[in-house]
Design a protein. Structure first.
Length: 419
């Protein structure tokens, strides 16, 4: 098998240090790796992964390799590769990597094809790149493929649509549906790193600032609570009455985006949808409003419509673009509408990715074990795997919890009267 296509093998020392450092904060993956080394559940399995090439991903790939898999890695977009990590994976861990930071699009596309040339049994995606490529351009690989895992919420929604239309050709496990992933990644990780990214991009004082969060889902809740923790006056916009009432009962102001547009100083979209902030909204905004997105890449803020209001546009800081409107106001868009925490901050801490990647490693093991029975549809991570991740995490924190006694179990299983 090819050893890959990376920028520079001489960066490997730095990549190894960073990978080992991240591993210290990944106790759940450490535990799974130990077990994989003993039981070799992935012996003979070929895996192609399309994930950001980071120290945390490196540890996932090493865990899969240690479980017996032949794994290769490419990147979902040109910005998400850390060249030094790619170098250590190739030099020190003998895992083929096809990823170069800022590679032109035709090279990035060729890298995806190269990862698939390994003729994988399992695909691992964050945004469906490998799965889409197999379904549209490499259908000859379908016969070999036992299943896939998909990390994102948006990916899971699209995969379910494919399954409904009968076009999904192999089983996929939706990592986003696991409770531990949602808690750690969407709520805690995104909550913290979005605030971090806003501060790094525009260095504003959040205390007293009117901070609008669109979407009170897993990510939106995390962002709203963290912004409140910094002293911001947080406003939530929603389309789901249940989520909206939860936000209101948590003490947030809830209103329509049309109303919030005139009040907010910072706007963060986290809905997974599109055109959440439109031209009409921008027309109402205060001078100096800051707009950013944590959800669907490039879709939630309607930048095409915004550009029609603009007389001039210029970068003012790293990741901050000033839009001078014809009426003299200025608004600032962070990261070109792409998820700001991955651009201006450092994405999620290793502790968060530990939980995500533990779910991914166990999901791959589950797919391999149950190849015969799984159908071409989208499966959530089984509850027992989710609980196993939570249990290992708690152990690593030194936290002990109660267990149901036999009497309690029997009571809950058989109680004829209920409460
Ligand atoms: N940036 C990151 O680090 C990161 C991490 C995880 C997920 N995500 C992405 O963030 C997005 C949200 O994920 P989630 O887990 O919070 O999803 P979720 O389904 O839990 O929450 C989305 C919420 O947005 C609401 N919503 C939908 N359209 C809306 C609109 N027009 N206006 C206001 N509210 C609207 C929904 O009712 C829902 O409550 C997805 O695109 C997901 O892929 C980003």
């Amino acid at each position: 098998m090819s050893c890959g296509d990376i920028r520079d093998l001489s960066l490997a020392d730095q990549g190894k240090r960073r990978t080992e450092w991240a591993f210290q904060s990944m106790p759940v993956l450490q535990s799974i790796r130990k077990q994989f080394i003993k039981t070799q559940p992935l012996a003979g399995i070929r895996i192609a992964a399309c994930l950001p090439v980071t120290p945390e991903t490196a540890n996932l790939m090493i865990t899969l390799r240690d479980g017996g898999a032949a794994a290769s890695l490419c990147a979902p977009d040109a910005r998400s590769t850390e060249d030094e990590v790619a170098a250590t994976l190739v030099r020190d861990y003998h895992i083929p990597v096809f990823a170069i930071r800022d590679a032109p699009s035709e090279i990035a596309a060729a890298h995806v094809q190269s990862a698939l040339d390994s003729q994988p049994h399992i695909t691992m995606d964050t945004g469906m790149e490998l799965l889409n490529t197999v379904h549209t351009r490499r259908p000859e690989l379908l016969d070999n493929i036992a299943g896939g895992v998909e990390e994102t919420a948006t990916g899971a929604v699209r995969l379910r649509a494919m399954a409904r239309q009968g076009t999904l050709r192999y089983p996929v496990m939706a990592i986003n549906d696991s409770s531990t992933k949602r808690l750690y990644d969407n709520r805690l990780g995104t909550g913290q790193s979005v605030i971090d990214a806003i501060l790094r991009s525009v260095n504003i004082l959040l205390a007293g600032c009117h901070f609008v969060v669109a979407g009170f889902g897993w990510c939106g809740r995390g962002i709203a609570w963290r912004a409140r923790g910094m002293g911001a006056a947080v406003i939530v916009t929603e389309v789901d009455p249940i989520r909206a009432i939860e936000a209101a009962m948590d003490g947030f102001r809830v209103m329509s985006m049309a109303e919030a547009a005139a009040i907010g100083e910072v706007f963060v979209t986290a809905t997974g949808g599109r055109s959440v902030i439109t031209r009409d909204h921008v027309e109402r905004m205060k001078n100096g409003a800051v707009l950013c997105n944590a959800g669907n890449p490039g879709m939630e803020i309607d930048l095409d419509a915004l550009s029609k209001l603009v007389s001039a546009q210029r970068p003012v800081r790293d990741h901050a673009e000033e839009y001078a409107l014809r009426d003299g106001r200025r608004v600032y868009v962070l990261g070109g509408g792409r998820p700001i925490n991955f651009l201006a901050a450092e994405g999620h801490p290793a502790t968060v990715m530990d939980v995500n990647f533990a779910n991914q490693a166990l999901a791959v093991e589950h797919l391999v074990k149950h190849t015969e029975t799984l159908e071409s549809r989208v499966y959530p991570v089984p509850a027992e795997l989710d609980r196993r991740v939570a249990r290992i995490k708690l152990e690593s924190m030194g936290v002990k919890i109660d267990r149901l006694t036999l009497e309690q179990e029997q009571y809950l299983a058989n109680s004829p009267d209920g409460t």
